[in-house]
Write a protein that binds this ligand. Structure first.
Ligand SMILES: [Zn+2]
Length: 431
């Protein structure tokens, strides 16, 4: 079908259903890497499973004329320079996953972005485009093996220093530097510097239930919730869990348990769905039978629509922490935090996305993102477009994550047109 783009008259959106079928076949192949028995994938950053996924994907890009390169934090770029020296429209997402996760989170947008860039590039063949197209698979978006999340795009945009990221260790003490070296999917240079990027586009599954519930196929993202993630160390004293008198105990696991419950209790101080909180990781030392824990490290995740709400929640949490310390004779200390603030996406991109979705006949309504995305980082530096397709039952970060074939292809057709329009005509002036 190469070169067979069906472009309507006067800038109407174009699409060929055969492109959707081809994409779904490729997505099936991509999903075989790190596949789990429960129908999901497990390919955390810089593991052999993720490396195999990237190898397959890099070959896919190369077969279609993209030049492949890795930067110093392992972001994978596929570039096609059709207009010499012109800036790039960058499209992408991430190929890494949480443990026992779904097939769609990240991978949908990376492969979809690549297919769309390929098709849009061919469709632009006869014209004189204004921008080049490049595809990116960001390193370590999930932050499950190496913290924090969105590491590759954070280094790329300068939010995290490269050396800090490379020195980060996983729970076994392996650094990002060593893990990347093992995969050989890392370069020794900046590949595509930020000042060569005119705009960034990402599509992603919603990871929540709203779009499906409202019958929406395309959700141009207008804003992002803010999130504060805290690494916490709870310190107690190790002793015998049978013989130590109850009054003498300094049980770090007990204090951590109170913290988990109190963090959840915070939501009662706010309106429904105004605040989201969770502890998603707990590391207990020594984690042994007949021993009272001396230390627990945990990750607190607090999110809200706006920073003022988050600050109010944190002030209340501090009081609750003081009460837990008094009750358990343990200390609770925040040892690091990673945050992103709430923000809005440029109106021009939202309008363009909605207009093209209309032209393609996809029901659309603007939405906000509660999850962080690489687009959140990029949005602080360059005009950025982010849009969602629905997640069945809103399930994500689990093997049962699902987006229908129809919705996947709807997003792909839209992405193809967004890239075609941006590369051909430039960024809308309303930015
Ligand atoms: Zn994701």
């Amino acid at each position: 079908m190469d070169g067979g783009a069906r472009e309507g008259t006067s800038g109407r959106a174009f699409w060929d259903p055969a492109w959707g079928a081809e994409y779904l076949d490729d997505f099936k192949a991509l999903s075989s890497f790190g596949a789990t028995a429960g129908g999901g994938v497990d390919r955390q950053a810089a593991t052999p499973e993720e490396a195999a996924t990237r190898t397959w994907f890099a070959a896919w890009l190369e077969d279609r004329g993209f030049t492949i390169a890795y930067d110093r934090i392992g972001n994978l770029f596929g570039m096609k320079e059709t207009v010499r020296g012109a800036p790039y429209i960058l499209v992408g997402s991430h190929l890494d996953s949480q443990p026992l996760a779904g097939r769609f989170d990240g991978a949908y947008g990376v492969l979809g972005g690549a297919h769309a860039a390929h098709r849009a590039g061919l469709a632009l063949g006869g014209q004189e485009p204004r921008f080049n197209l490049a595809v990116v698979a960001w390193f370590n978006e999930e932050g499950s093996r190496f913290k924090p999340s969105m590491m590759g795009s954070s280094v790329y945009t300068g939010t995290i220093p490269l050396e800090v990221a490379l020195a980060t260790t996983d729970r076994h003490g392996v650094t990002v530097r060593d893990a990347l070296a093992l995969t050989q999917q890392v370069g020794d240079d900046d590949v595509l510097a930020l000042d060569r990027i005119a705009g960034y586009v990402e599509m992603h599954v919603e990871q929540g239930p709203d779009m499906e519930a409202n019958g929406i196929v395309i959700g141009p993202v207008v804003g992002t919730w803010c999130a504060y993630k805290y690494e916490v160390c709870v310190t107690g004293a190790q002793s015998h869990s049978g013989s130590t008198p109850m009054a003498d105990r300094r049980d770090a696991l007990l204090a951590a348990s109170h913290l988990v419950v109190e963090l959840n209790g915070l939501i009662d101080e706010f309106e429904t769905e105004e605040l989201h909180t969770a502890v998603g990781e707990l590391n207990v030392l020594p984690n042994s039978p007949v021993v009272i824990a001396r230390e627990v490290r945990l990750l607190m995740d607090i999110r809200a629509r706006d920073t003022a709400t988050l600050r109010r929640a944190f002030a209340s949490l501090e009081q609750r922490i003081t009460a837990i310390e008094a009750r358990t004779h343990c200390t609770i200390e925040i040892i690091s935090k990673s945050t992103w603030e709430s923000g809005t996406f440029p109106e021009g991109g939202v309008q363009l996305t909605a207009q093209l979705a209309d032209e393609l006949g996809h029901t659309n309504a603007s939405t906000v993102t509660l999850a962080g995305h690489d687009a959140t980082n990029m949005n602080e530096k360059v005009p950025t477009v982010l849009f969602f397709v629905p997640s069945v039952d809103g399930l994500s970060h689990a093997e049962g994550e699902l987006t229908s074939d129809e919705d996947m292809v709807a997003g792909l057709s839209l992405m193809t047109n967004v890239l075609h329009r941006l590369a051909g005509e430039g960024i809308p002036t309303v930015y």
